[in-house]
Design a protein around this ligand. Structure first.
Ligand code: FAD
Length: 534
């Protein structure tokens, strides 16, 4: 039971804006609404229990601090101030309520993990008991509560078409408020990161990144998105800014529409019309962002357990720690896997196609349960967004029951996406001198070539951890054995009804036999740039 604080004429009233994954001033309804009357405190709380979770990393912390510093500057311009605390919730709110009369709590709805869900329930209970109204508003296309997936795309569109929330021009702040200070990572047990070339947090960086994508970098988006060589430049790189809310999906979407209009209306020949196909792909992905988050919103358990329950028990008892360690360290003997894992450990970003390959390799070739591997990747993705992440990890592991089983050949990915080894040689220096011909499978290099280039496979670079064809076949058989059962079909109906993307059709597909399940990938999202995975 929370202690009710007696009203006191001396106590200053304030409105409390609680920041979560919404570190910006523009298109921020809680900041706008709270600031319309009376003193406002905009607060970010570093929660030690959240930061102790294995998916959280120092790079996330640094990005958040940079974003808060930017926000603090922007609040300063309108007379506001950013408050920062370290502590659990609602304890921090209880502490503030000792000296101030909190007349309203304002925040965005958060589609987070189990921890944030439980914490929100505690905050809700506290606010109710103290009679403090808590205004929670949506910040993207995720609908809470969603009755049915039918018509979701229209709801998303309505959200995107809504006007941008105005930015306050003036903010009142309470006197004698302790604004706190930005913590050091070490105070939360986070050691300094060894990572390099990380994206820098903040709303101004988000705006710059989107602008350079829409006007310059995005031209080759469609062509360049799948290769780890070109994607760093050609993809939008908006993901950490969307994940931590440095820009809203709605703002990004409106700027995209404006750019599409500009291209369509430009005099013939003045802007290359190939821009339009790239921007159309980008537009779909902004919708996918919310589509995937909606899955976690509708079924929070998918953070921990298989989306399709018929796959329960498939991998749980086979976890091989040694394989896991080699995968994490980028020492699997598959150059594309190793280069991606090492690139990720250094830079915290990799493109979609390579993420899919890494996850699929861990789940299928190495037969590791998706949960520990998903947690490891989450830690290394600067853009970790629980709703997208856990749904995608399950999709690549074949446990959604409604998507194509994707098992990539890591050797083919080298041929398709890094044929001259630009990316691989950068991150796996042991292979720097290996001829292009042997880069997909260095273990096939004749001994005299190994000697010439100074790379002995099995000594300087590992032999493959598993044999691709055997591992692929074994995984495929085990998954299909489950997928062909009658219960898998019933479960697929349930999963599709709850989560499947309807696109233009509102009707459910008919599932009568196992082969119908193959069709489902056509309804859900995919990396359309290439489907030849094997
Ligand atoms: C196993 C796995 C885990 C993933 N985990 C995350 C994650 O934690 N956070 C995250 O933001 N994305 C995740 N993705 C999706 C995707 O890989 C990244 O969004 C994308 O690579 C980020 O780079 P970008 O901003 O340049 O993307 P762009 O291609 O420029 O796309 C623009 C935006 O659209 C959204 N988006 C793009 N692709 C997808 C997709 N397939 N599904 C949902 N939204 C998408 C993202 O918000 C992205 O920032 C994951 C994909 C896989 C296969």
């Amino acid at each position: 039971m929370f202690q009710k604080i007696r009203p006191n004429v001396q106590r200053t009233s304030l409105k409390l804006v609680w920041l979560k994954r919404d570190l910006r001033i523009n298109d921020h309804r809680p900041i706008w609404e709270a600031s319309q009357s009376g003193p406002t405190v905009v607060l970010y709380v570093f929660e030690p229990k959240l930061w102790a979770m294995p998916e959280m990393d120092r790079s996330h912390f640094d990005f958040i601090v940079q974003s808060l510093q930017d926000l603090s500057r922007n609040l300063g311009k309108i007379g506001g101030c950013l408050a920062v605390r370290i502590g659990e919730l609602p304890d921090v709110f209880i502490d503030i309520a000792r000296n101030f009369d909190i007349t309203g709590l304002y925040s965005h709805e958060e589609t987070g993990n189990g921890f944030t869900y439980d914490r929100d329930r505690r905050v809700s209970k506290w606010a109710r008991q103290l009679g403090i109204p808590w205004t929670q508003v949506p910040q993207n296309g995720v609908v809470r509560p969603l009755k049915s997936r039918n018509g979701w795309a229209e709801l998303w569109q309505t959200r995107m078409n809504a006007p941008i929330t105005p930015t306050p021009t003036r903010m009142l702040i309470p006197d004698s408020f302790d604004w706190g200070r930005m913590p050091k990572g070490e105070e939360l047990g986070l050691k300094p990161t060894q990572k390099m070339n990380l994206q820098v947090g903040g709303e101004c960086k988000a705006i710059e990144t989107l602008d350079s994508f829409l006007t310059i970098r995005g031209f080759n988006y469609r062509k360049g998105m799948s290769s780890p060589v070109t994607s760093r430049e050609n993809c939008s790189r908006l993901s950490p800014y969307l994940a931590w809310g440095c820009i809203s999906v709605k703002s990004a979407h409106k700027q995209l529409l404006a750019r599409q209009r500009e291209i369509r209306e430009a005099p013939v020949g003045s802007i290359d019309s190939r821009w339009l196909s790239s921007l159309s792909s980008f537009s779909s992905r902004l919708a996918w962002h919310c589509h995937f988050m909606q899955k976690l919103e509708d079924e929070p358990e998918l953070e921990f357990r298989n989306i399709s329950r018929v796959y329960d028990g498939l991998r749980e008892n086979d976890f091989n720690q040694e394989r896991f360690e080699l995968w994490k360290a980028g020492k699997t003997g598959y150059p594309m896997i190793d280069a991606c894992m090492r690139a990720l450990a250094q830079t915290s970003w990799i493109n979609f196609r390579m993420r899919a390959m890494l996850m699929s390799f861990a789940s299928n070739h190495l037969w590791l349960h998706w949960r520990p591997t998903a947690i490891h990747l989450a830690k290394h993705f600067l853009d970790f967004e629980p709703g997208i992440h856990f749904s995608q990890c399950q999709m690549q592991s074949g446990t959604t029951g409604i998507n194509t089983i994707r098992i990539y050949s890591p050797a083919k990915q080298v041929i398709d996406h890094d044929p001259t080894g630009v990316f691989i040689r950068q991150y796996v220096p042991e292979l720097a001198q290996v001829p292009n011909k042997y880069l997909p499978e260095p273990h096939r290099m004749p001994l005299d070539v190994q000697s010439q280039v100074g790379c002995f496979v099995g000594h300087d670079y590992p032999l493959p951890i598993v044999e691709h064809r055997i591992a692929y076949k074994s995984a495929q058989e085990k998954i299909f054995a489950v997928r062909q059962s009658n219960s898998a079909i019933d479960e697929a109906k349930r999963v599709f009804t709850k989560h499947g993307s309807r696109k233009k059709r509102d009707a459910l597909p008919k599932f009568k036999k196992a082969s119908d399940l193959r069709q489902l990938s056509l309804f859900d999202d995919d990396d359309k740039s290439g489907r030849s995975h094997f």
